[in-house]
Design a protein around this ligand. Structure first.
Ligand SMILES: Nc1ncnc2c1ncn2[C@@H]1O[C@H](COP(=O)(O)OP(=O)(O)OP(=O)(O)O)[C@@H](O)[C@H]1O
Length: 257
């Protein structure tokens, strides 16, 4: 188990946002976090990477409790790509991705071939190698998203957290990025809204609702017509794709009762 969340709780403005979540993510697996807007996906990701502290419960990376891991060590180990990540406009694509190497370097250390290799590989993985000299502020929304993912990859983390990484991406790049993440030798937790893409690429999914895990497990077991109606208020017909064997969700109409 590389990420273990036990009965985690977090409140904001007197409201319980993460309400007793327990999840175990095995090494190398990709977990999809699904749930309606405001169900607590981003809040949980921030707790897992130590940007927020749980009020009760325990989060562990490997054997170590997250709050006890020194900050420098933590930032070498875990990377997060948040929604609407911003970057100083006066930089190039290459500069942004090089930032991913910061946790691995001391203030006086030289830039190494290993740093170069990590940056090149990350840029190549997201298809942004040819645009490495381009100014950040001239990039499209989807290109910016891919560069932020490259920055996280350049960090060479053991655990990778992504908050809606397919936002702004055209369908080809959505497929490319999720396929890339699913093949990486890392443990990943990915907040997603597209149920079909989650079913296609995630090893396991967890459905959040009002800060709680309503269901977790294999996509084929978790994604049922009843669950999607209860949690998302949408009627569906779910069968297995004849192409990849994963659940295929056909959306019918809004389910309001
Ligand atoms: N610092 C905060 N103060 C007050 N409320 C907060 C704070 N952070 C999050 N919330 C609330 O907690 C709830 C969960 O937010 P969160 O961003 O985790 O949801 P989400 O599932 O990621 O949503 P989305 O799908 O819309 O991105 C929301 O109702 C949000 O308004």
């Amino acid at each position: 188990m590389t990420i273990s969340v036990k009965d985690a709780r977090w409140t904001a403005s007197g409201k319980m946002i993460v309400d007793g979540i327990t999840l175990d993510i095995e090494a190398g697996q990709m977990l999809g976090l699904l749930g309606p807007n405001g169900s607590g996906k981003s809040s949980l990701l921030r707790l897992i990477c130590g940007l927020r502290r749980v009020e009760s419960g325990v989060i562990r990376l490997g054997d170590d409790e997250i709050g006890l891991i020194p900050r420098a060590q933590l930032s070498r180990r875990i990377a997060i790509v948040e929604q609407q990540a911003t970057t100083d406009a006066q930089v190039t694509v290459n500069d942004v991705v090089r930032l991913g190497r910061t946790p691995h370097r001391s203030p006086l250390s030289q830039w190494t071939m290993r740093d170069d290799a990590a940056v090149n590989h990350a840029l190549e993985s997201v298809g942004m190698l040819e645009k490495r000299a381009q100014s950040w502020h001239t990039l499209s929304g989807g290109e910016r998203q891919r560069v932020h993912i490259a920055r996280a990859l350049a960090q060479t983390p053991a655990e990778l957290l992504l908050d809606e990484p397919t936002n702004h991406l055209d369908i080809q790049h959505q497929l490319d990025i999720l396929s890339l993440i699913s093949r990486l030798p890392v443990t990943s937790v990915v907040a997603l809204h597209d149920l079909n893409l989650a079913a296609m690429f995630c090893d396991r999914i967890a459905i959040l609702h009002h800060g709680r895990v309503i269901a977790a497990g294999d996509p084929g077991t978790v994604l049922t017509e009843e669950l999607v109606a209860d949690v998302f208020g949408v009627r569906t017909f779910i069968d297995r794709s004849p192409h990849h064997g994963k659940p295929h969700i056909h959306f019918l109409a809004a389910h309001r009762s």
